[in-house]
Design a protein around this ligand. Structure first.
Ligand SMILES: N[C@@H](CCC(=O)N[C@@H](CS)C(=O)NCC(=O)O)C(=O)O
Length: 266
């Protein structure tokens, strides 16, 4: 791959991190020019014209101007066009197996995001149960295909690049919901997989502190840079930098913190 591809993205976005993980694994961060989009501001009409009106990111623009959307598709595309050992398994049965695991990412992501965004304390247990049922399903899948390993197969591959960013985002559940995987056998295999993904050197693009601070508004039910009632700055803002802000309150069901208390205004 010679000419540069462009990826329009939102820093800290898990879907975009999938692509960053692939580049880190290949040591080829040079092949993509990442252009940062501020989700708290109106979208540039020129970009909207390219995407034909859709706003979800990441979006990849090929050197000849074609637009490719959806992180799983962009990931598979880049896996093919960037030189080096592919993330996807070459063996057709193994590739089918990793693809079956990847079909779980949508429901998994949805369950985690609905949980963090839930504002009704009485629905908390139902949200946790839903997410735990998916963890158990993944646990069972991993036991079926590689009972004694850490990854789905021998090493970090396509399924790991897809799930690792979500395991990291779900640090917001630990912080805002006190959610932990129970220490019982039905979660041991998925916990080992999760830990292997989180400790892999190619997944270090974001930190727990960054996620907890930026996703505070999600914990109040406001996603995608939307403003929480009574606030004038989104927790997704670029300035002040998240490092310079205090940790948000853990109790998402209590009083909402102000812009000032969150360190969002000078
Ligand atoms: N299914 C999409 C989801 C992408 C997505 O939801 N991205 C979020 C950022 S994490 C986004 O762009 N939100 C802003 C918007 O949708 O306008 C993918 O895998 O690429």
């Amino acid at each position: 791959m010679s000419a540069k591809h462009i990826v329009y993205h939102i820093p800290v976005c898990p879907f975009s991190q999938r692509l960053e993980i692939l580049l880190a694994l290949r040591g080829r961060q040079d092949v993509i020019e990442f252009r940062v989009i501020d989700i708290t501001k109106p979208r540039d009409p020129a970009l909207l014209a390219k995407t034909r009106g859709t706003t979800a990111l990441p979006v990849l623009e090929t050197p000849d101007g074609r637009i490719i959307k959806e992180s799983l598709i962009v990931l598979r595309y880049l896996d093919e066009v960037i030189g080096g050992p592919p993330l996807r398994r070459k063996d057709p049965v193994k590739h089918a197996t990793e693809s079956m695991l990847i079909t779980r990412e949508g429901p998994f992501t949805m369950a985690g995001y609905l949980f963090v965004m839930n504002q009704d304390r009485d629905r908390r247990d139902a949200c946790a149960d839903k997410l735990l049922s998916i963890y158990r399903d993944i646990n069972d899948f991993l036991l079926e295909h590689n009972p004694d390993g850490r990854y789905l197969f021998d090493d970090f591959g396509l399924a790991e690049a897809v799930f690792a960013p979500m395991f990291m985002r779900f640090w917001f559940l630990e912080y805002y919901e006190g959610f932990q995987l129970p220490d019982t056998p039905e979660y041991h295999r998925v916990r080992a997989w999760m830990q292997a993904c989180l400790s892999h050197e190619a997944t270090g693009q974001v930190t727990r502190e960054e996620i907890v601070k930026l996703y505070y508004d999600y914990a109040l039910g406001a996603g995608n840079g939307a403003l929480v009632e009574g606030r004038s700055v989104s927790s997704f803002t670029f300035t002040p930098h998240w490092r310079d802000r205090p940790w948000p309150p853990r109790d998402k069901y209590g009083d909402n913190a102000s812009d000032e208390a969150l360190g969002l205004v000078a």
